[in-house]
Design a protein around this ligand. Structure first.
Ligand code: ADQ
Length: 692
């Protein structure tokens, strides 16, 4: 099976060397994680080649050929597309917002059209090489819309999506003007992956709040499709880092970082120069360490590497200036003729050089204010084949949910971070090595190859489980032969839903009463030879009895909590206790008073909040809010929260229309044909909207 990997950038980049364009393999991260996938699964990689802006058409032709040889498909972007899709939407809007930096958003968010257009170009590039049976793996926030676009082109394709950055709280996410479209874009996939369970939870609450979809922990029903939601913490190429670490020494050109007793302990920071990485507060914490523990003055230094990143964006330029001035301040304040406290390097180093620093560091300081995972922390651990070194790790990284033996800090708390640096510096060798062994165990066993394999295995399963279109809603043209079969059946059992099926919806439930024509129709149906008719409804048994009590029908009220066989008398099933009822009623009552036009219905088998009479948009908004509340409040209670047509019902576990189906079926004469007709479905049991 071929795997098509789709990401913003291809894992190669081209730079001019004299008159020639020369391609370089990117190292680290995704490139290392997926190179095996691309090799083993005869994969193809689709992405932007990131060539210099003055690339000529001859050079492009060369790059096209060079890439094809490596099974890569370039998506060439125009300067306008780079600006709109990459710089404006991806880097100026999505990146800060997903990292909770909502105040960084431009006043007027624009260029969605370009973002959408470029996403369509990526989808078209995939389509140009797609063959049935291929699986497609789309990466990251640049390409949110691609899964849905591909689903439109290839309804049966096996499509996965992985988000490398955090998924923020729905309170923050809903600030995006295109929030619904982004969620719908992702939902084109069969499997959506996140680094942590926290991000998956936040995604789920956005689905509910914004699209009104109700995920069940790791899956969500989208029309006829089920989309899986999974947690796949990304790792690093641990064996590769460890093997290199065995051989390396700190290169001589990094003299200040060289490990020697006189220079004292080495604290290390390695980051892309990005405002999410927490470098300014890290410098403040270091300054505070020198202030509060003066015994370390002259005996410790911080080497901070910051690879230039997104240099065309002014927020990054300002940020660089801020870091430089903080570093100078610390050096000016504490430095001596023999000792420089902060060594700040604003350039990219080779992987070999970075690794050598990891090996030399006494304390690795990873303190982002928000980070999807943070691979630097894991690379550091993988490099420490000597089982030494301390990791100070921000609790706002995805890695913190895995690396329990690191010293966890809240990077916003500069005092606490300074104390953690001190604790790391004075930690006993035994404790250091004990912690590092445990960290290494985790990082080496959940490496990047395992991450890719696990994701792709789950993707394959999600694809296999995809239901065939099945007996869902019956299209009108298919109905005629079904009706013929029902008419010809010697014994026919009909299960009829009431609201939305036999009558339309009314503003107030009491107004949706059966008219004379309907009562006559039911009477005639029930009188038909060999025919038994059952009404199955969520209404109370008092209501059904008032309306249909005199007809020879089977009646089932409150979703089967009460039943009356044709001509018999009402009986309630033994209802399970409802310990949740009181606290749920308080919430529903609160929503009733806050949502004009809505009402609360009390039934013996549960509660229902109806909002058909509310202003439509406000009603739907409140309904989503209510579901969020109830899900939190009742997560461990034996109750189901069921959204219906302008109603949210709370029903004890074990009650449902499916139960009625089973009971009626048991009583039906042998050879009978049963038909269930309705406008909704009962999740736990048999569908009521199809004919059998
Ligand atoms: P990034 O934000 O780029 O990735 P990270 O995971 O830390 O962050 O990866 C950075 C990579 O760049 C590492 O491989 C590191 O070695 C390298 N690097 C950093 N500084 C360097 C320097 N000065 N010189 C050379 N190389 C340097 C995004 C998300 C992360 C998520 C990854 C993977 O923001 O949260 O962990 O994707 O999903």
């Amino acid at each position: 099976m071929r795997t098509l990997i789709v990401s913003n950038r291809l894992p190669v980049s081209y730079a001019r060397d004299g008159d020639e364009l020369v391609g370089h393999q990117s190292a680290g991260g995704l490139a290392t994680g997926l190179d095996r996938v691309q090799e083993e699964a005869e994969g193809w990689w689709i992405g932007w080649p990131g060539t210099p802006s003055d690339t000529t058409s001859e050079e492009r032709a060369f790059v096209d050929r060079d890439l094809e040889r490596q099974r890569m498909v370039p998506v060439w972007l125009t300067p306008g597309e780079v600006e709109g899709y990459y710089e404006n939407v991806s880097n100026r809007v999505l990146w800060p917002l997903f990292h909770y930096l909502i105040q960084q958003l431009p006043l007027h968010i624009r260029d969605w059209g370009t973002y959408e257009h470029v996403n369509a170009r990526f989808a078209a590039a995939v389509a140009s090489i797609y063959r049935p049976g291929d699986r497609i793996w789309v990466h990251d926030y640049h390409l949110f819309l691609v899964p849905d676009m591909l689903r439109g082109l290839f309804p049966d394709a096996n499509i996965g999506f992985f988000l490398h950055i955090p998924f923020p709280s729905s309170e923050v996410f809903r600030a995006l003007p295109c929030r619904a479209r982004l969620l719908e874009g992702m939902l084109g996939a069969d499997l959506i992956g996140f680094h942590t369970a926290g991000y998956a939870r936040q995604f789920n609450s956005s689905l509910l709040r914004i699209l009104g979809l109700a995920p069940r922990v790791d899956r969500v029903q989208v029309g006829q499709r089920e989309v899986r939601i999974g947690v796949f913490p990304m790792g690093v190429d641990a064996a590769g880092w460890a093997a290199a670490a065995d051989a390396e020494k700190v290169p001589a050109d990094l003299a200040p970082a060289e490990r020697d007793e006189q220079a004292g302990a080495l604290l290390l920071g390695v980051d892309r120069l990005d405002y999410t990485k927490g470098i300014p507060r890290r410098l403040l914490a270091f300054e505070l360490l020198l202030e509060t523990h003066p015994e370390f003055q002259g005996r410790v230094r911080l080497v901070q590497l910051a690879v230039p990143s997104r240099t065309t964006i002014s927020a990054y330029e300002d940020f660089r200036t801020q870091i430089e001035s903080l570093a100078s301040r610390v050096n000016g304040r504490f430095g001596t003729a023999h000792w420089v406290p902060v060594h700040y390097l604003n350039r990219s180093l080779t992987q070999r050089e970075v690794m050598a620093l990891y090996r030399a560091a006494d304390v690795m300081v990873v303190t982002p204010i928000r980070d999807g995972m943070n691979l630097v922390a894991k690379e550091f651990v993988a490099s420490r084949v000597d089982n030494d070194g301390v990791l100070v790790l921000s609790e706002f990284t995805g890695a913190a949910s895995e690396l329990a033996e690191a010293l966890r800090v809240n990077p916003f708390d500069v005092d606490q971070t300074a104390e953690a640096l001190h604790r790391a510096l004075v930690m006993s060798p035994d404790e250091r090595s004990e912690r590092m062994r445990a960290l290494r165990h985790r990082v080496c066993s959940y490496d990047v190859h395992r991450w890719a394999r696990t994701f792709l295995d789950s993707l394959e399963r999600a694809g296999k489980d995809r239901p065939s279109p099945g007996p869902g809603m019956t299209p009108a043209e298919q109905l005629a032969p079904v009706i013929d079969r029902l008419c010809a059946a010697p014994e026919l059992v009909l299960l009829l839903d009431y609201d939305g099926t036999l009558v339309g919806f009314a503003e107030v439930p009491e107004l949706a009463y059966p008219d004379r024509a309907l009562l006559e129709l039911l009477h005639r149906l029930a009188a038909r030879p060999g025919t038994t008719v059952h009404l199955v409804s969520g209404r109370t048994h008092e209501t059904l009895d008032r309306w249909f009590g005199t007809l020879p029908l089977g009646l089932h009220a409150e979703h089967g909590a009460w039943s009356r066989p044709p001509g018999g008398s009402w009986e309630a099933i033994a209802l399970p206790p409802q310990p949740w009822r009181e606290k749920a009623r308080v919430i529903l009552e609160d929503f009733r008073t806050r949502t004009p036009g809505s009402l609360l219905e009390e039934k013996s088998s549960g509660l229902a909040w109806h909002y058909r009479g509310a202003e439509p948009e406000f009603g739907s908004f409140q309904a989503n809010e209510l579901r969020l509340h109830l899900r939190e409040l009742l997560s461990n209670e034996p109750v189901e929260i069921l959204p219906g047509e302008k109603v949210i019902e709370l029903r004890p576990h074990g009650i449902g229309k499916g139960r009625v189906v089973a009971a009626v079926l048991a009583e039906a004469p042998p050879g009978a044909i049963m038909a269930a007709l309705g406008d909704d479905r009962d999740r736990k049991s048999t569908r009521l909207n199809s004919s059998h």
